[in-house]
Design a protein around this ligand. Sequence first.
Ligand code: C2E
Ligand code: MG
Ligand code: MG
Length: 528
Amino acid sequence: MSLGRDWKMSVLCVVCILAAAFVGSFVASFVASSVAMHTEKDALVAYSNRLLIEDERIASNITDALNEVNASTFPRCSAQELGMMRRLLFRSPFLKDVGRLQNGMLYCSAVGGNLPAPLPSPKPDLVTSGGRRVYYNVPLGSVQGVRAQVVSFRDANVAVDPDAFRNLRRENMYYAGTVNNASTGISLQTFSTFPVEIVPPTHLLSGHSLEKGDVLFVANCSATRPDCVTVGMRLSDIWDSSRKILLCARILGGLAGAYIALSILILLRRQRSMSAQLRRALRRGDLTVVYQPIVNLHSGRTVSAEALVRWSPGGGHAIRPDVFVGLAEEQGFVGEITRYVLKRVIRDTAALLQEFPEFSISVNMSVQDLLNPSFLPAVERMLHRANVNPKSIAFELTERSTDDPERVTKALAALQQNGHAIYIDDFGTGYSSLSYLTQLSVDVLKVDRSFTNTIGTSSVTASIVPQILDMAKTLDLRVVVEGVERKAQMDYLSQAGGELYGQGWYFGRPVPAKNLIQRVRAEAALTR
Ligand code: C2E
Ligand code: MG
Ligand code: MG
């Protein structure tokens, strides 16, 4: 049966780890793809910027050439004018020919010289707002079999190299250029390296991107000219180029997911096994209780002691009580620890408490004990059976655990009515207000040792100690200062006045019951 449960648990753990690995891998892959996509988009934007800068150079080259030919003072198509046009062509890396027109007829060009018969200009594909006529992919009259983009303005035209951007070609990236007429809204594609099956979108706004089909497009337009470029990259190429990174991300994400799941499972298992071990230790009586003296600072007499629980599983390293008590609190069985400690206290010190009725032992309790209706009757039964006066047993409750004020107030009042003194533990670390303390009607404040530590230093919290002492005096509360370790702290506190008690290594470390009993009896013998 238990083997079957173990088997099922193991399968469940493996399923959890695999599921976490799958989720981790999916998340990492999603993040890595987004990063890859962003990176490529940024690369496309940078590419379009680079193309626009080149476009600027080409455009100013065209403008210079057209202006120079239009401003020519040589006789039309004379040897001097052809010489000037050829020099222009020679200087420009982007132009294939420069032509001279009259009334829309081409008479001569730098490459073809004087034409045998003037050539009429065809209908332009686009007229820009500035009056330029643009022809896309037209056969050059001057050179057989060559096509180019032609731009004419007044009586001059230039043939632009269709591959003018050849130096800017990039592997896996395509570009297309358009010229627009803002007034008519007509755009003309003037060059393109996109394969025929990819048609770049014509109305993509500058600075925007678009995923269409298998291609990511980015558009970029010049702020000063009617030119735009659209660049694009196949998504399959993006994934291909980041395949290794995606694979790494998937593997790492999967491993991270599995690691996190495994850590959580180990932690849960450890907690489960720790709480199971603790319950077993409680049943077997493996926990011990030690006692730390609390001393009257004026008389120097040990007037009480705090019971502190100890646990060293399997006789090995001790686990800190706040750790395993906290775990028991979380798992809802801290009451078992409190009753265990109380039983041990009664067993260890009943005789001492009967011998010294003014001496008391304080036991730490949790708010779960306080609100448990069977707690007080159980305490009373135990004390009654051992003939111990309830006055000899005090209870410590941490300031932080005093939430749910109404129920806590009632339960504390019931304990007090039965004769138990109530200590507020670790005072100063919680949020009790003065009025709340009056309402709770506690008997003793235990000032947290973090404040004691600052006595004699320039820390701001040092100034809180006198305030707490003043407040306690006003409320007529006794004060135990926790964590007194040094003589300087002791000297400071003994001058403070009021009914003050101290607990800490300066007076004594927590010790087994027999050492405490010896100490109390020895002190009593001295004063007899
Ligand atoms: P606490 O109730 O505030 O107990 C005082 C802690 O301060 C004890 O630690 C004690 O050993 C330590 N201490 C005393 N004097 C000095 C000193 O001069 N210097 C320093 N550095 N420390 C000093 P311990 O025994 O480790 O207990 C820690 C906490 O665990 C306790 O704080 C209490 O909240 C909890 N605890 C211990 N025993 C029990 C128990 O039986 N039941 C419950 N519910 N909680 C317990
Ligand atoms: Mg305490
Ligand atoms: Mg304390």
